[in-house]
Ligand binder design. Structure first.
Ligand code: I6G
Length: 675
């Protein structure tokens, strides 16, 4: 064998042995006999003896036990995983077909390969010499996450395929979960009092992003191949349809409802046919993908921006169903706003069972003239929250009841107020109201605020119910004994939660301000306030006029901030938090005079050492501003290994780009910042 062929075989053997180690040590589900395993190992050893310079420390010949995990490490796609353009109606699809014919200079109808568009999660599988060596999520298209260990547990992903020893091929497709599996998983989660997934796509994505591959192994996931990325050492066929046949022959599952169609009429007929089948399919699909079948034509058509010109996803219209409003309840949010929610007869719409539909506010109810008992048309598209589109007046029952705003808060009985000119009605109970307290604590603990891992709604409600927590600062005084006395709180969970609380005490000034939940103060305003004042006392004592000197702060925000700090109750909570040990790095001088004052950074991609929020906090603490889009005024773009569109834009505008190393140097020595 040539050196190149030896090299490919060596990599394929290593991958295959790792796969068997993984099945043996981690999953406890070996699929080959010891003798077969020994034969593979022997072949690898012989190759390594022939090429000792290729022996690496992580080769299976040098290690024992489970292979090292590279879970969720960033993976660069050799060929970017693009997105698809969408068509939402017949005109848009017709225009696509016309563009294709014009660009190809053809009068005759085009042949397309049509496939269902699964509503799942795109992944890429790399096979070296026929062995699965890596699986990665799509991520931002240039860079995804390594999910090899988890994908290896999926039965529908072959780990060996019949391809030449010197080949390397990337198979792409979608990971999905059936409606049935989704329902089973949620039923079990509900029984255990755990969070349920909103839809099969989230369940599939959540199952693939498990730290423990055994959890993924327990989830029924399917992989449908739809194409290839980088291909080496394999003679490609002439058409997309032939690729699909080839992938099927190799052992991949390819969509059953795929068809070659020629011309607009056939394409449209197929789209409508698939739409009719949609409800009866085991998986969610949200449209049909049409690809110009001839690969030579695909090549001529090329790409525009981030999508191929030779393919389009013709989406199904948002699904609509008719159901009946059984009741309307008012939910109380963090700021006391009362939101009417219609409890409807549960119906499956767009992949989820809809039982609750927000009615937003009283104006919306009046505009749509919704009454209890009405038959309504509900719609849900993608991740969009379900909505009532219209009432069916002809079906209104005689006993339909008008919806009235309660005079008292349904949670605490306080008076409900609604200003004449405002759509929103509010409970006046403030933190006396348990719903407002619950939501305030939820906000306080949320990821972008104090980031208290593991403190979900369930625990918060229980702590409030048992009077363990009345205000946010009480969280930091929770005792282990009280926690483990709670139902379903195991000692390990209690320890984890206490650990998260301890970690959360170290925060940043901006996060702390955001966590307080001051009306109209979102993340960005909280950061601006933190940057401007640099110090809590200075902020608490600022008058409205001074507050308006802060970027993004107008009279309304200034009034809310000022009013918040004037409340003795709020000052008590803040004192309680500081006494409990909540702290943040305090700049020696106001942060807007810090070493990076006046400089603006944008973050993109993932950094190896810190999360994006941590990077943002570190820059802000040095006085820099962090914004979300690159402009000529941006000092530098901090980019992980691949940066997507922001990187393109920075390059176009001549904005300096800092990689992870340069960024680490900047934090150590801010004088290295670009001008
Ligand atoms: O996101 C996708 C779903 C399905 C695709 C796709 C597909 O084919 C059936 N094909 C391509 C070429 C791309 N995304 C980029």
């Amino acid at each position: 064998m040539s050196d190149a062929a030896d090299r490919k075989r060596l990599e394929a053997l290593r991958a295959e042995i790792r796969q068997h180690d993984f099945r043996y040590y981690v999953l406890d589900r070996p699929t080959i006999s010891d003798a077969e395993y020994d034969a593979l190992m022997r072949e690898l050893q012989e190759l390594e003896q022939k090429h000792p310079e290729w022996v690496t420390r992580d080769s299976p010949t040098q290690t024992v036990g489970a292979p090292p995990s590279h879970a969720f490490e960033a993976v660069e796609h050799r060929v970017p995983m693009l997105s698809l353009d969408n068509a939402f109606d017949e005109d848009e699809f017709t225009a696509f077909d016309r563009r294709v014919r014009e660009r190809l200079g053809r009068d005759e109808p085009i042949t397309y390969q049509a496939e269902p568009k699964f509503d799942g999660l795109a992944i890429s599988l790399t096979y070296v010499g026929g062995t699965l060596t890596r699986a990665a999520t799509r991520g931002d298209g240039r860079q995804g996450e390594d999910v090899t260990d988890n994908v290896r547990t999926m039965d529908s992903v072959p780990y060996r395929v019949d391809l030449p020893g010197e080949s390397e091929i990337e198979v792409r497709g979608e990971v999905v979960m059936t409606h049935q599996a989704f329902a089973d998983i949620n039923r079990r989660a509900e029984k255990r009092g755990e969070k349920v997934f909103a839809n099969p796509r989230n369940a599939a994505a959540g199952s693939l992003r498990q730290k423990d591959p055994r959890v993924t192994a327990s989830r029924p996931l399917e992989f449908f191949a739809y194409g290839v990325g980088a291909v080496e050492g394999v003679e490609p066929p002439d058409t997309q349809s032939a690729w699909l046949d080839r992938l099927e022959e190799l052992g991949f599952t390819v969509a059953e409802h795929r068809r070659r169609v020629t011309g607009l009429e056939e394409a449209l007929a197929h789209y409508h046919e698939l739409g009719e089948k949609r409800d009866g399919l085991a998986f969610d699909i949200d449209g049909a993908v049409f690809k110009v079948d001839a690969l030579a034509d695909q090549k001529r058509l090329g790409f525009v921006a981030r999508a191929p010109r030779w393919a389009i996803a013709y989406k199904f219209p948002a699904e609509e169903k008719i159901t009946q409003v059984r009741d309307v309840e008012f939910q109380v949010g963090r700021t006391g706003a009362l939101t009417p929610v219609a409890r409807v007869e549960p119906v499956a719409v767009g992949g989820v069972t809809v039982a609750n539909v927000t009615l937003h506010n009283m104006d919306e109810i009046e505009r749509k003239d919704v009454r209890i008992g009405d038959w309504v048309r509900v719609r849900r598209a993608g991740d969009v929250i379900p909505e009532i589109i219209e009432v069916l007046p002809e079906k209104r029952p005689d006993d339909a009841r008008e919806i009235t705003l309660p005079e008292q808060c349904p949670e605490c009985g306080s008076e409900v107020m609604r200003d004449e000119d405002q759509a929103v009605a509010r409970c006046t109970g403030g933190l006396y109201c348990p719903a407002q307290r619950r939501e305030a604590i939820r906000h306080f603990a949320s990821r972008k605020a104090m980031d208290i891992d593991g403190l979900g709604e369930k625990w918060i409600s229980l702590f409030l119910e048992r009077d363990l927590v009345k205000r946010v600062d009480d969280l930091f005084r929770l005792e282990r004994d009280d926690l483990i006395a709670l139902p379903r709180m195991a000692a390990k969970s209690a320890d984890n939660l206490l650990d998260s609380l301890e970690k959360a005490k170290k925060t940043t000034f901006g996060r702390f301000l955001y966590a307080l939940g001051i009306r109209e103060v979102g993340e960005v305003t909280a950061q601006s306030l933190a940057r401007h004042f640099g110090d809590l006392d200075a902020l608490m004592n600022a008058d409205e006029e001074t507050l308006q000197e802060v970027e993004d702060v107008g009279p309304v925000v200034a009034r809310h901030v000022h009013a918040f700090f004037q409340q003795p109750h709020n000052r008590e909570v803040i004192d309680g938090l500081l006494e409990a040990g909540v702290h943040w790095p305090k700049p020696d001088k106001p942060a807007d005079k810090g070493p990076l004052a006046g400089k603006t950074f944008v973050l993109t991609g993932s950094l190896p050492e810190m999360t994006r929020d941590e990077a943002s906090d570190a820059l802000t603490a040095l006085g820099a501003k962090v914004t979300s889009s690159v402009s000529k005024k941006t000092t530098a773009l901090v980019a992980g290994e691949a940066g997507g569109s922001k990187l393109d834009r920075a390059e176009k505008l001549g904005v300096p780009v800092l990689d992870a190393d340069a960024f680490a140097r900047l934090l150590e020595d801010p004088s290295t910042a670009p001008d």
